[in-house]
Design a binder for this molecule. Structure first.
Ligand code: PBG
Length: 344
């Protein structure tokens, strides 16, 4: 016959490729696929970022359809709904009035500031919610930078001093986890010491360990009106061309007392997530950032991608790359989809 030698006939005359190992057997049904699945995302893996502002209404963020700057009431509602779906952790990002912004960004540690009031409100209503805070000066800086500026330079050590005051004030308001996103040197150690000496030994540090100077943060800066007033953030955030540098940061953060390490952005940096996972035994977080959200939303609005499928795939890929924790604007929606699918 014309059959190639690799193909023969079985005892019943059927065409038979003499192949013993057939990986398709482990994919043959939904049940078998579920049995051998290596990575599963659950709503408990998520941290849900929420934008807040001091207004009595919500404002939709144009470049992030479906995301809002929440008023206090709406923030509490969003937290409650997410908790019901199994999302337990939240991180707050404030849009601060221009009048309150200064170079030293002192509003960052005003105990009556919007973040502090919001933490207290959430903790009063939902004591089990895990409240995370961003430790960085940019929302409060009249220069739009993550640190104090002098002659066009972002000053490391003065900034770290401000960050310590910010972190302690957030802990005092009830934050469970503080997350420094500023990328100054030595800040994890300084914040750990500041928290400990104020009695907050139980407050965790989720360090933005490998935070890149990325173009994917644009929509977030729209949301907070926090675009840098001059220049860019390349003297403190990492060069997207570098991978080994993330390992230097990871080693320092672990040594300085970080409890969890974050990589940011997410999708274009899966290799960095994997390298940190292999290099450290600390939990690894990935931030699926605003620009990634915006890209997906835009393609979905055009009808070019199926939103549910592409989002759940993306989140699973973070897990596979090594992320234990995922910060995503899709947290509540993804949890809702998982519930609809009867997963949780
Ligand atoms: C600022 C901060 C940024 C994000 C989180 N914290 C923006 C920046 O560094 O300019 C970005 C998050 C996102 O894009 O979703 N400290």
């Amino acid at each position: 016959s014309g059959d190639s030698p690799a193909v023969s006939r079985n005892n019943h005359g059927g065409v038979w490729v003499k192949q013993r190992a057939r990986p398709r057997r482990n994919r043959k049904s939904a049940g078998v696929r579920a049995m051998v699945r290596e990575n599963i995302v659950t709503p408990a893996n998520f941290i849900y970022p929420l934008f807040i502002h001091d207004e009595d209404h919500n404002t939709e963020i144009t470049s992030m359809p479906g995301c809002f700057r929440h008023c206090a009431e709406s923030m509490l509602k969003e937290v409650g709904e997410a908790l019901d779906l199994g999302v337990k952790a939240f991180v707050l990002f404030p849009k601060v009035d221009d009048k309150l912004k200064t170079n030293l960004a002192c509003e960052a540690y005003n105990p009556e500031g919007i973040v502090h009031r919001s933490i207290r409100m959430i903790k009063a209503k939902y004591p089990d919610a895990i409240v995370c805070t961003d430790v960085a000066l940019d929302p409060y800086s009249d220069q739009g930078h993550d640190g104090v500026v002098e002659n066009g330079v972002i000053l490391n050590d003065i900034t770290v001093n401000q960050l310590c005051k910010q972190a302690v004030s957030q802990a005092r308001a009830g934050a469970d986890i503080v997350a420094p996103s500023d990328m100054q040197d030595g800040r994890v150690k300084a914040i750990r010491d500041a928290l400990d000496s104020e009695g907050f030994t139980n407050v965790s540090i989720l360090s933005y360990t490998a935070k890149y100077a990325s173009a994917y943060y644009g929509p977030f800066r729209d949301a907070l009106d926090s675009h840098p007033g001059f220049g860019d953030k390349k003297t403190y955030q990492q060069d997207p061309a570098n991978g080994r540098e993330a390992l230097i940061e990871a080693a320092l953060d672990a040594q300085e007392g970080a409890d969890m390490l974050m990589v940011k952005p997410g999708m274009p940096y899966l290799d960095i997530i994997r390298r940190l996972k292999d290099a450290s035994d600390l939990p690894i977080a990935a931030y699926h950032v605003s620009g990634e959200y915006a890209m997906l939303k835009a393609a979905v609005e055009k009808g070019w991608l199926n939103e549910k499928d592409v989002v759940l795939e993306t989140l699973t890929c973070f897990k596979r790359a090594g992320a234990d924790i995922i910060l995503t604007y899709y947290a509540k929606q993804a949890a809702q989809w998982m519930k609809e699918d009867g997963l949780y």
